[in-house]
Design a protein around this ligand. Structure first.
Ligand SMILES: [Zn+2]
Length: 131
């Protein structure tokens, strides 16, 4: 639970990368300027989230902290990458991808060691769109 923020940031990163590669033709390890900016923005929002680790999924959050332009973009990313994430990495896969692996395609923030999550505590939230 405490790692929720980190997990969410990684999820966002993976989704933006997926979107950028497919939509903007960027290389696997890089993002175009626009997407990089979006990722940085998303990171910053998460970092400053007043709910901290107790943060609800953004979709359920009472505070919509994204400014409209960024919100639009991230929505587009979620819309595109969300279903693909699920197809490519069904729940367990997603959890593994997000929690269990150190290597992220994007800048790798904290590399906490999360054990494979055991219970269903995150089953739902992992599939939630972070925003
Ligand atoms: Zn892009």
């Amino acid at each position: 639970m405490a790692n929720r923020l980190t997990r969410e940031r990684k999820t966002v990163g993976v989704m933006i990368a997926m979107y950028c590669q497919d939509q903007h033709g960027s290389e696997p390890e890089s993002l175009c300027d626009e997407c990089r900016e979006l990722l940085e923005y998303a990171d910053a929002r998460l970092e400053r989230c007043p709910f901290g680790p107790k943060k609800p999924a953004c979709a359920k959050c009472p505070i919509h902290c994204y400014k409209p332009a960024m919100r639009e973009k991230i929505r587009e990313v979620m819309k595109y990458a969300g279903p693909r994430m699920l197809k490519k990495h069904p729940i367990m896969g997603i959890r593994h991808l997000i929690d269990g692996r150190k290597k992220a395609h994007l800048k790798d923030q904290s590399t906490e060691k999360t054990n494979q999550v055991d219970r269903d505590e995150t089953t739902q939230s992992d599939t939630d769109m972070p925003i």
